[in-house]
Design a protein around this ligand. Sequence first.
Ligand SMILES: *[C@@H]1O[C@H](CO)[C@@H](O)[C@H](O)[C@H]1NC(C)=O
Ligand SMILES: *[C@@H]1O[C@H](CO)[C@@H](O)[C@H](O)[C@H]1NC(C)=O
Ligand SMILES: *[C@@H]1O[C@H](CO)[C@@H](O)[C@H](O)[C@H]1NC(C)=O
Ligand SMILES: *[C@@H]1O[C@H](CO)[C@@H](O)[C@H](O)[C@H]1NC(C)=O
Ligand SMILES: *[C@@H]1O[C@H](CO)[C@@H](O)[C@H](O)[C@H]1NC(C)=O
Length: 328
Amino acid sequence: FPPLSPLFPSLILNPSQDSLSQLPAPQHPRIHLYNAKQVLSWEPVALSNDTRPVVYRVQYKYTFSDWSDIDIVGVNCTQITVTECDFTASGTSKGFPMDFNVTLRLQAELGELHSAWVTMPWFLHYLNVTIGPPKDVGVTPGEGSLIINFSPPFDINSSTVSFEYYVHYWEKAGIQKQKKVKGPYKSNFILLDGLKPFRVYCLQVKAQLFWHGTIRSGHLSNTSCYETMADASTKLQQVILISVGTFSSLLVLAGACFFLVLKYGGLIKYWFHTPPRIPSQIEEYLKDPAQPILEVLDKNNSPKDDAWDSVFIVSFPEKEHEHVLQTL
Ligand SMILES: *[C@@H]1O[C@H](CO)[C@@H](O)[C@H](O)[C@H]1NC(C)=O
Ligand SMILES: *[C@@H]1O[C@H](CO)[C@@H](O)[C@H](O)[C@H]1NC(C)=O
Ligand SMILES: *[C@@H]1O[C@H](CO)[C@@H](O)[C@H](O)[C@H]1NC(C)=O
Ligand SMILES: *[C@@H]1O[C@H](CO)[C@@H](O)[C@H](O)[C@H]1NC(C)=O
Ligand SMILES: *[C@@H]1O[C@H](CO)[C@@H](O)[C@H](O)[C@H]1NC(C)=O
């Protein structure tokens, strides 16, 4: 046994520490568990009398296993110079299984020297995770409703764990305190109905994680606002309103015309007075009543004269008039 050096009084006070613990331990380590991310970070160990870089080593253990270096696929947290270990950094690594009880420890190393281990409190991802808001929230305005769809905050592929969702919503024009909450919903496709038509509603969604009887509540998504469309009863109201409106306008118009005709009848007659013109066929017929009228009409029927939109008042001497009436 080497004699205990008076240079390291801490070793005497704390015999559980390694005899090579000559480096200060990394400070303020923290475990960051957000959605599927698992990151351990700490503050660098700075030495004023040594220019070599300090490196760090992270180890983990599960409840019934021994300490091991991080050997998760693609993640190396042994003798690293950076002050964080992102267990989920690599595309191929999903980090520690989310239902495993994990304990981490960390030390600083410099050549032959190393610091004491800093052991973190244990964590179990599903129990300790901070759950972000649902992702890709999309809203489609419906008839007196809003249709909301989104993705879960992160992928879970285990039968022991599930998400449930809540919607917080309120009318934008209303008092903010009148927030309503609907849920829980198992599906990430929610129909928020019973809303007033043509109103702007604001909403937020949040997820809740269930794991073995424990619940972890997630963060609310950013507020987004949408206007609802007409519902069935409003549509009916619109149809009725439009019909009634059209009908009353027509009535008013008709009334106005009638009034004008009554009042300015003479004037209108004067304006619209054009000398009456007898259609050439009838004129011809009238000149020569022996000719059958239908033939005349057929013969002289040119496309130009097709559309007659005038009423003619034809007056002739008594005899001929009678003759016309007889023929017709
Ligand atoms: C650097 O200084 C610390 C005390 O501040 C001392 O414990 C350590 O042995 C020194 N390291 C070297 C390499 O001289
Ligand atoms: C881990 O990275 C460090 C420095 O980046 C390197 O020295 C070490 O050999 C690597 N370890 C493994 C197992 O790849
Ligand atoms: C995780 O393991 C630690 C001991 O390593 C234990 O104290 C703790 O209760 C365990 N947590 C759960 C949830 O099993
Ligand atoms: C995880 O949660 C447990 C229980 O709430 C707590 O005792 C433990 O310290 C947490 N772990 C971390 C790393 O925060
Ligand atoms: C939510 O709002 C914050 C701040 O306005 C912004 O930084 C963040 O990117 C937004 N998140 C999403 C998912 O849009």
